[in-house]
Design a protein. Structure first.
Length: 228
C-alpha cells in the first residue's frame, strides 16, 4: 500500500547513508576488509554496494551467512570501519543547503538510520549536520549495538517517531526521507509515508516498487516537496 504525503508536514525523519551522506566508499572498503579478516570470500563491489543502508545483519543473512558467521564478519568490519571507513564519506552536494532551508521553513528534523547510533552520532557531528537537527545529536536515532541489526529499521523509526511526537508532532504530519526500500517499509509499518531520493543507493525501480509517496531527484526538489 502506498501512503500519500500529508497536506502539512511538520517533522521529517532523515535516513543517513545514501540520503545525507555518500558513505559507500568507506563502507565498501571496510566490508572487503571484514569479509577477508573473518576468513570468507569477498563479494563483488556490486553486491557490497547493496549492503549500504539496510541493517548489516539482514544483508549478510540474505547472502547466506549463518548467524555466527555474520557476527564474525560484522565484528571484523567494525574494527576496520572505526579506524578507516567511518569518515571515508562526504555530505551530498546541496544537502546542507536543503537542510538549512527546511529548518528556516520551520520543520523539525531528526535522523533515523539503521547504522549503530554511536557511529551515526560521530558521523553527523564530524560533518556538522547536528546543527540542522532539533536537539543536535539528541536528534540522531540509530540502531543499538546489535539489536538494530536483528530487528530491522522499524525499531529505529518507532523511536524517532516517538521523539517527534514528544516534540509536538501529530503523527499524521511526519514524513520519512530515504534512499532504499527498507526506509519505505519501516516507515510504512508505522503509518509514515516516505519521500524517496534518487541520489542514493537504490536499484532502478526499487523505491517505486516499495511504495514511496514521492520521488526527489535533487536536494532542492526534496525541499520543495516537503514545504509545498
Amino acid at each position: 500500500m502506498t501512503l500519500s504525503l500529508p497536506h502539512r508536514i511538520t517533522h521529517v525523519l532523515l535516513d543517513l547513508d545514501g540520503t545525507l551522506t555518500d558513505s559507500a566508499p568507506g563502507i565498501i572498503a571496510s566490508l572487503r576488509a571484514g569479509f577477508a579478516d573473518a576468513g570468507f570470500a569477498v563479494p563483488s563491489d556490486g553486491v557490497l554496494r547493496t549492503f549500504v543502508g539496510p541493517p548489516l545483519g539482514a544483508s549478510l543473512a540474505r547472502i547466506g551467512l549463518s548467524d555466527a558467521d555474520a557476527a564474525a564478519t560484522i565484528a571484523a568490519y567494525r574494527r576496520d570501519f572505526e579506524v578507516r571507513g567511518m569518515f571515508d564519506n562526504s555530505v551530498f552536494d546541496g544537502v546542507a543547503e536543503a537542510l538549512a532551508e527546511l529548518r528556516e521553513a520551520g520543520l523539525t528534523l531528526l535522523v533515523a538510520t539503521a547504522k549503530p547510533e554511536h557511529y551515526a552520532r560521530r558521523i553527523v557531528e564530524h560533518f556538522g549536520l547536528d546543527g540542522y537537527l532539533t536537539g543536535g545529536l539528541d536528534g540522531v536515532h540509530g540502531a543499538g549495538d546489535y539489536a538494530g541489526e536483528v530487528q530491522g529499521k522499524e525499531v529505529v523509526v518507532e523511536r524517532a517517531l516517538a521523539h517527534a511526537v514528544a516534540l509536538g508532532a501529530d503523527a499524521g504530519e511526519v514524513v520519512m526521507v530515504g534512499d532504499r526500500e527498507h526506509d519505505v517499509h519501516a516507515a510504512a509499518h508505522h503509518g509514515v509515508p516516505t519521500v524517496g531520493v534518487t541520489w542514493g543507493y537504490a536499484a532502478p525501480g526499487e523505491l517505486e516498487a516499495a511504495g514511496v509517496a514521492a520521488i526527489a531527484s535533487t536536494p532542492r526538489e526534496l525541499r520543495k516537496l516537503l514545504t509545498s
